[in-house]
Design a protein around this ligand. Sequence first.
Ligand code: 5AD
Ligand code: SF4
Length: 441
Amino acid sequence: MKESQFYYIATYGCQMNVHESEKLAGILTTRGYLPTDDQSKADIIVFNTCCVREGAEQKIIGNIGAVKPLKRQNKNLIVAVCGCMTQQSKMANYLREKFPFINIIFGANNVEFFGKYLDTYLQQKKFQNDVIIDQDYIENENSVEMVRDSTLHAFVNIMYGCNNFCTYCIVPYVKGREISRDAQAVLDEVRQLVQMNYKVITLLGQNVNSYHSTLNGNPVDFADLMQLVCDMNGDFELRFMSSHPKDLTSKVIDTIARNPKISKYIHLPVQSGSNAVLKRMNRNYTREKYLCLIDEIKTKIPNVVLTTDIIVGFPGETQQDFDDTIDLLKTVEYANAFIFMYSKRKGTPAEKMPNQIPIEIKRERIHALLALEHEISNRVFEAMKGTQQRVLVEDENNQEYLAKVQCGKVVKIPKGVKNLSVGEFADVLITKYSNGDLIAE
Ligand code: 5AD
Ligand code: SF4
């Protein structure tokens, strides 16, 4: 018998899922398992899934299927599947039928109970299946020891769920209604991370701008929460993800502008530049209102870096609608845009909308937009030449330090001028942009 038992976690989807996997890793570590990057060496494989687009689901189904031969080689191998796909009981049943070798299935909202499922499975060797929407789970957040992926970056959940019901999106059906985590619990976790010398703290939620809690009887909104974090002692940077434009207030923008600790980087998903499409998406803002917001951000935060999400080929999207999106992209000048082809999700209003767009047109549009964004992004980073940037040194090799600017872009700093160390913030002068990387001194 092997001395050590190994775990392998395959994580799909957003940063919230990446963070959930840190909890899974913690639960496995407290049970004596060690991590491995080699799936074939694992004694337990966990798939933490995403269901936001069909493409992701198909890939995950393929990857679960590929585990079957490993299961034949190692009869004791445990396979667990969790996350947003299995939070939907229909999908959980489908996976169970298709892959009878799966041992444990649980939902996105039950991650904290994984240890219990695993212990019971090991005792009884019987299939464990638990998919509940239990809003008490937020209280369990504080009870799980995590194994964080990085020693520099840390994620902190501030809320769960979503109330927005964008008509294309499955998240509100899977994750349930929005709830904010208690402000004191958030502040305690952040304080502990800062004391542990984490350098970048990212507050996570589907829509952090609608955060609301209380502290000593006083209301705390998202801007207040960020200010309370900034008031803590320590050399760290504060980021957040993700924002809904309809809830991003002037108070939040002012808080970002006046606090040196808050990253001057905002991910602000626009989804489309056409008012007709935004309306059918139920986004609750217009193109004009979004552009107004961008103006306010750029005026109050002069060096801000902006990124976005865009969906092409939403039902009924005309050439004119698409041209409006192109125009918006050119106006805002995002450093990066995550561009997706609309993907039908069962049970969402957009699934039933008329004038679904053929795949060829979706492909044409995504290629055009990707090419345009590539050009714009190059211009944005070219324009950083000659500017001072505060960067976090994250790695080094013989020739250079590898740092990152706030939006995650790599900055290479040649060695030989000044000694830096990994985990240190450095003020650098950007001298060049070449092959997709910034060069600094
Ligand atoms: N099809 C395509 N993209 C989607 N997104 C969410 N749902 C869908 C869908 N059905 C995108 C949105 C969101 C990002 C996380 O995923 O752009 O901002
Ligand atoms: Fe989905 Fe819209 Fe909620 Fe974002 S805000 S998770 S796109 S429903």
